[in-house]
Design a protein around this ligand. Structure first.
Ligand code: HEC
Length: 156
């Protein structure tokens, strides 16, 4: 954790950002490795099929916003007002990104996702409530990547 103190302008360090995303990608995905298979089953009527493209787009957004929050919180010279509004915006985007994944607690082609989706959304809202508090509390925003582990588990 050796922060370079001569970075006063752009708070995004893309090398670190990429590293963070790769670290996330390196986590074991607990959903099985058959995501690319084209499936043509007849599903029961309440079954929700989450297209891989939507899942991919949502996860990319979650990953980038997670990185953005880390970077904003690590930027030493950012005025508090912009720190707060940028973190709130990222959390909002994360919440929006989950909406394409459908209702939680619903049978789907990604059972683990559907099982944990509502709890994950609640993690994001909790982070937002902290940031909205007076004074802002960034604890849960800072550790929002922990919430990814509701679905992403490290290899054991
Ligand atoms: C509610 C469950 C759930 C949560 C929470 C979750 N993910 Fe995912 N994620 C998934 C599933 C399911 C996949 C697809 C795995 C597969 O196809 O095997 C995935 C895949 C990904 C991928 C690869 C996506 C691609 O297609 O390129 C990334 C990156 C990712 N997640 C990042 C994150 C980050 C960052 C967070 C936390 C901010 C997060 N995820 C939280 C369920 C979740």
């Amino acid at each position: 954790m050796s922060a370079k103190s001569d970075r006063s302008d752009v708070p995004i360090d893309w090398a670190r950002a990429l590293g963070a995303v790769l670290a996330i990608l390196a986590w074991g995905l607990a959903c099985g490795g058959d995501g690319s298979a084209v499936r043509r089953h007849t599903y029961p009527p309440d079954f929700r099929y989450i297209p891989e493209a939507e899942l991919h787009a949502s996860m990319q957004e979650l990953a980038w916003q997670t990185v953005e929050i880390q970077q904003v919180l690590a930027a030493p010279h950012l005025p508090e007002a912009s720190r707060r509004s940028r973190v709130l915006e990222s959390l909002q985007r994360m919440e929006d990104a989950t909406s394409a994944l459908g209702p939680g607690g619903w049978p789907s082609n990604h059972p683990r996702l559907s099982r944990n989706l509502d709890a994950f959304r609640e993690d994001i809202r909790r982070a937002r409530r902290g940031v909205e508090a007076e004074p802002a509390n960034y604890f849960f925003a800072r550790s929002v990547s922990d919430a990814c582990q509701r679905c992403h588990v490290r290899d054991r």
